[in-house]
Design a protein around this ligand. Structure first.
Ligand code: FAD
Length: 470
């Protein structure tokens, strides 16, 4: 009886899983493996994502058992784990879906070569992006550095149809990862999320049925719940981008809806592919600015301000609301991610890598491509980034996108009693209004840790000096 291994990584799903599909088609017996990898150069997973991963592995273990596949969870050097499993199960082939980070690619290529030279076969498959990064290029056969032409090209391409989940006999369910220790704060995350492939599919359906129509206008307003919140599911591959792509197109046809909202949603999904494009083509995007001149920008060393930012105690309500949402739920709304990142890298002039690392640890959707690419985008050193002199003012942004203050009131309850007029700038409120709302600036709520006007000028000077070098 021929046996195959499927090495699961960021693809914790049964449907549209090319590696699992091929293994089930070509072999009588399939064993799935997940390895908590110990390998040089791999970025250790952050705490919130680790919490998600644990639940997601439990979920896929149950789903795999339904089709007769056992999931084994190991820790160690992946090559040694795979070698031992191949021998232990008397298997001849390993299947996996590709990953795109430079360190992962190098690792995978080494493992492939080593196993092949020992007579095993290894099959790596596409499945975690819409289009493999090397299959989409500019007219000059170069990687893209601007999103709009990337998207124009991508939308004309044939995106492969998703594969069905393999069928099979049921096996016994084995609980996984028994020695996992839940971080002390992680318990609270559970109330905000349903984890696993079925939950991801349900979220997509609900989003299309209830929210996509409001997506283009509503997606910038953090108090409205109109975005898909598929990001952590995509991060762990509980749903594939191809499934989202084709389900959204089918929805469009079935409902004879106007293409606009679905199109807008798919263009945002394409930003994810664009980030992976950058991850694939650039060296270590979590550390190295994609526009090299920004390596010489003189960041401030301001640990107390960084700490205030992390804890949501900057005295700028929308910034504090976003960072508290992150701490509480493992998620932050996209518009607010942009605002808090801009406040850190421009107003505080603190290195984008500090913020990127904080997000990496706290986000359930912390993604090796989207997180660094987006931070670089906001900091102005990324590809297709906003010009450095366009600096968000978090107060006017708050007034525009959270006009009634609902988002701020939800996460910064100590200022909730303020009238709308002052909810985004409590320190500007007259004393009698503050007293009526039971607020003492500097005591019950912080005084702003930065003067927005002065720090804007400081950022313009620092960025301008770098820009002038080019
Ligand atoms: P929707 O609006 O419903 O979009 C659907 C999907 O499209 C998302 O799940 C995501 O996969 C993709 N997408 C949407 N917007 C973007 C974008 N701007 N860039 C890349 N892909 C996008 N996204 C992550 O998945 N992981 C991260 O670690 C991450 N870090 C970020 C850090 C900063 C500083 C910023 C500004 C953005 C970051 N993003 C990250 C992008 C974006 O904020 C999230 O993808 C989005 O908020 C997730 O919510 P959603 O699933 O409801 O998005």
């Amino acid at each position: 009886m021929s046996t195959a291994l499927v090495w699961l990584r960021n693809d914790l799903r049964l449907a549209d899983n090319p590696a699992l599909h091929a293994a089930a088609k070509n072999h009588q017996k399939v064993v799935a493996l997940y390895v908590h990898e110990e390998a040089p150069g791999l970025r250790p997973i952050g705490a919130a994502a680790r919490w998600w991963l644990h639940q997601s592995l439990e979920s896929i273990a149950r789903d795999l058992a339904e089709i007769g596949v056992t999931l084994e969870v190991h820790a160690g050097k992946p090559e040694a784990v795979l070698r031992a499993a191949l021998k232990g199960h008397d298997a001849e082939t390993v299947y996996w879906n590709r990953r795109y980070g430079p360190a992962e690619r190098e690792l995978d290529a080494g493992i492939k070569q080593a196993l092949k030279s020992d007579g095993f076969s290894v099959e790596s498959m596409p499945g975690n992006v819409l289009i493999e990064p090397w299959l989409i290029q500019t007219g000059q056969d170069k990687p893209y550095s601007v999103f709009t032409p990337f998207w124009k090209n991508l939308r004309t391409m044939d995106i492969a149809a998703p594969l069905p989940a393999p069928k099979g006999k049921s096996s016994r369910f084995r609980p996984v990862d028994a020695d996992y220790e839940e971080p002390h704060w992680a318990g609270k995350l559970g109330q905000y999320w349903s984890i696993g492939e079925t939950a991801a599919q349900e979220r997509l359906t609900t989003f299309l049925d209830e929210s996509v129509v409001d997506y283009p206008e509503g997606r910038d307003f953090p108090a409205k719940d109109v975005t898909s919140r598929l990001s952590p599911h995509l991060r762990f591959g509980e749903i594939s981008p191809r499934q989202i792509w084709h389900t959204a197109q089918a929805f469009l046809h079935a409902h004879h809806s106007k293409a606009g909202p679905v199109d807008k949603f798919l263009s945002e999904l394409a930003w994810r592919d664009f980030s992976y494009h950058q991850l694939y083509h650039r060296p270590n995007i979590a550390e190295i600015p994609m526009q090299e001149k920004y390596s010489s920008l003189r960041w401030r060393h301001a640990p107390a301000q960084l700490r205030a930012w992390e804890k949501g105690k900057t005295g700028i309500p929308i910034v504090d609301a976003g960072l508290r949402e992150l701490w509480e739920t493992g998620y932050m709304h996209n518009r607010v991610r942009m605002l808090v990142a801009s406040f850190l890298t421009k107003n505080l002039l603190i290195d984008w890598r500090e913020g990127e690392r904080w997000f990496w640890d706290c986000l359930v959707d912390a993604d090796e491509a989207n997180n660094p690419a987006s931070w670089q985008w906001v900091a102005g050193c990324g590809l297709d980034a906003a010009p450095y002199f366009r600096i968000f003012n978090p107060v006017t942004q708050g007034e525009r996108f959270d006009g009634s203050g609902d988002f701020v009131r939800r996460w910064v309850p100590e200022i909730a009693a303020l009238p709308d007029k002052f909810i985004h700038a409590p320190a500007d409120a007259p004393q009698d209004i503050l007293a009526k709302a039971d607020i003492a600036i500097g005591s019950t709520y912080p005084r702003p840790i930065a003067d927005l006007k002065q720090t804007r000028q400081r950022a313009l000077d620092a960025y301008g000096a770098v820009s002038a070098q080019a």
